[in-house]
Write a new protein. Structure first.
Length: 292
């Protein structure tokens, strides 16, 4: 029975493949599944646990041996000590012929100024902004693994780059485009609403609606701004005027504003106001249910 168990263990170990072109002695205790051609998921040969580690970094491998397989870690340290003597010989792990997919693993990463690197970075920035994803998405293992599989030569920039450079640049580009559109607008209408986030923080949103020169109806959300002050009609009007001014839009161009039926909203200065049909329908259904 013992011999059968040992043979089973040996066969299990043989199913893991050694890291390609590895020069680190610690890699002999870890491997990859044969079907993992790009060698993304590192597995411990002893316990088969997945060890999270970045490409070329062996720190987590040392920590895994130290905390989970102390005897092997001591064995590794002893072998390293012997390797430092002139008479010692280090036996490198056996290498196998690379497949076409694996050959890209050791390829030189893109230069940051290269066209391909810029294109992928712009795509990731658009993904974060359009889908309102948290910026730390670019640091998560699943996202990094996906990017590496799609293009092994691309290295994802830091989260600080996206928050401080990429997303602000995208905002400025988008704002310039919208300002160019609004510069040709003669009259416009707008929609505004006060709402609270899941953490009960108050916000005010402003959207403008207009017809372009081809008579196509356009809508542009100009802002969603934190609005902590008292929600009086005067404060709301002041905030909306400030928003319109920042986009170079005048009150004389405003044909009407669509709002809900809140008492504070009703007091919006002398602006022509349209009541939101959806909000009125919601109130009517609520009242009819309460009366029945």
């Amino acid at each position: 029975m013992a011999e059968a168990g040992e043979q089973s263990s040996e066969n299990a170990e043989e199913t893991l493949v050694t890291k390609i072109n590895s020069t680190s002695a610690i890699s002999q205790y870890f491997g990859f599944k044969p079907e993992d051609d790009l060698q993304i998921q590192v597995l411990c040969r002893t316990c088969r646990a997945i060890v999270a580690t970045s490409r070329g970094n062996t720190t987590n491998l040392h920590h895994h041996l130290l905390h989970h397989h102390n005897e092997l870690h001591e064995q590794f340290k002893a072998s390293q000590s012997r390797a430092q003597t002139p008479s010692s010989k280090f036996t490198r792990p056996s290498l196998r012929q690379q497949s076409i997919a694996q050959s890209f693993v050791s390829a030189t990463p893109y230069e940051k100024s290269s066209k391909r690197h810029i294109e992928i970075t712009k795509a990731i920035t658009h993904f974060l902004a359009k889908d309102m994803m948290p910026i730390n998405t670019v640091t998560r293992f699943g996202f990094l693994s996906l990017v590496h599989i799609l293009d092994r030569r691309y290295e994802v920039p830091s989260r600080n780059y996206f928050s401080d450079v990429a997303i602000p640049n995208l905002y400025e580009k988008c704002r310039t485009t919208v300002e160019s559109e609004l510069g040709q607008v003669e009259y416009f209408a707008c929609t505004t609403d006060l709402w609270s986030s899941r953490t009960t923080e108050p916000y005010i949103s402003l959207t403008v609606h207009f017809l372009d020169w081809e008579f196509q109806l356009k809508a542009r959300c100009l802002q969603t701004q934190y609005f902590p002050g008292e929600h009086t009609g005067e404060n709301i009007a002041y905030g909306l005027r400030e928003a319109l001014t920042s986009w170079h839009l005048g009150e004389e161009q405003l044909t009407c504003v669509t709002t809900d039926n809140g008492a504070n909203i009703v007091k919006l200065n002398h602006w022509v106001r349209l009541q939101c049909f959806g909000h009125r329908l919601h109130l009517a259904i609520g009242k009819s249910i309460c009366c029945t």
